[in-house]
Design a protein around this ligand. Structure first.
Ligand SMILES: NC(=O)c1ccc[n+]([C@@H]2O[C@H](COP(=O)([O-])OP(=O)(O)OC[C@H]3O[C@@H](n4cnc5c(N)ncnc54)[C@H](OP(=O)(O)O)[C@@H]3O)[C@@H](O)[C@H]2O)c1
Length: 296
């Protein structure tokens, strides 16, 4: 199998990740890995797709567990010798409640930012060396990950927006911005630094960081000796999943449409989006200037 093509979707036992595996099984000429942190849930999801006549493969992956990511990397290397598609879909949401103590708010914020940003960043750092020429990577951001979610005209908000959206932002600076955010949340003064007060702030911060990270990653791929590697960040829409408390307006298949399209961008096509923030209807939205086409 070494040399045959392979795709990996993280957090794929349910929701948008599951539907992305389903779509890739139909369209991608290679092995498609449904991964999940819980093996039983993942295997049950594979069986569900098998009933539709699809043939996804399975590998365990908990992005919060470095050894799990390393096991997947070693397996892919030994079995396929590389990686052609990576969809960084796994994420979590904990909405803060007004009555949360500062300690609980800080703890929950750390968990959300750790999984959605720091651990997704680690997955990239561990798996990117496997990417082959023409590989496609898709990072699931959100409408909440648009820079305009840092709202208002205060000097602090303008400074924060300018830092995240700088075309020269480095990984080191991005990591510092996120660690500073976590420290400010712990102190209870994150709003003084331009962050929104709202109950969504942990998720907003984590997804802004994922989007900012994607822009740096494409800059790196542009000068990578491996040809034509592309990464984009996507808002999948307001999708009817557990994360959206099953209130979303799009089906999981509709939510998987833009991520799957980005995963399958054709080789060497000058019209391909690169490092772009892509809306669920496949239009490209300016991540720095906006405006957002809709609330979701
Ligand atoms: N739904 C929306 O309206 C919406 C809007 C904008 C962006 N998004 C983004 O779209 C992506 C998919 O969300 P969804 O709505 O499909 O959510 P979901 O149905 O809750 O699915 C999230 C998936 O991520 C997995 N996951 C969480 N932590 C993980 C970890 N540490 N390691 C591996 N897997 C982990 C979950 O596993 P378990 O089943 O074990 O919990 C689950 O399979 C997320 O990045 C989300 O932020 C969703």
């Amino acid at each position: 199998m070494a040399g045959s093509r392979v795709a990996v979707v993280t957090g794929a036992n349910q929701g948008i990740g599951f539907a992305t595996v389903k779509e890739l099984c139909r369209t991608f000429d290679g092995s498609v890995y449904l991964t999940s942190r819980n093996e039983n849930l993942g295997r049950a999801a594979v069986e569900e797709l098998e009933k539709l006549g699809l043939r996804p493969k399975y590998h365990q992956l908990d992005i919060d567990d470095e050894s799990s990511v390393l096991r997947l990397r070693d397996y892919l290397k030994a079995t396929y010798g590389g990686l052609d598609i990576l969809v960084n879909n796994a994420a979590m949401l904990i909405l803060a409640k007004d009555e949360d103590s500062r300690e609980l708010f800080a703890e929950n914020t750390r968990s959300v930012v750790q999984t959605n940003f720091f651990n997704t960043f680690r997955v990239c750092n561990i798996l990117f060396p496997l990417l082959r020429p023409h590989a496609r990577v898709v990072n699931l951001s959100s409408s909440m990950g648009h820079i305009s979610q840092i709202e208002g005209q205060s000097e602090a908000a303008s400074t924060l927006r300018a830092k995240f959206s700088s075309p020269d932002l480095s990984y080191k600076e991005l990591l510092k911005l996120m660690n500073d955010f976590l420290d400010a949340v712990k102190r209870g003064d994150h709003a003084d630094y331009g962050w929104p007060r709202k109950n969504w702030v942990s998720y907003i911060a984590s997804k802004i960081a994922v989007s900012a990270m994607t822009r740096i990653q494409q800059r790196d791929f542009d000068v990578d000796p491996r040809e034509d590697i592309i990464i984009n960040h996507v808002h999948p829409g307001y999708v009817n999943t557990k994360m959206a408390s099953f209130k979303g307006v799009l089906t999981i298949e509709q939510g998987a449409a833009a991520p799957s399209w980005l995963a399958m961008l054709p080789p060497n096509d000058a019209t391909n989006p690169k490092g772009a923030y892509v809306w669920h209807d496949k239009t490209i939205v300016d991540w720095v200037k906006g405006p957002l086409p809709a609330e979701y």
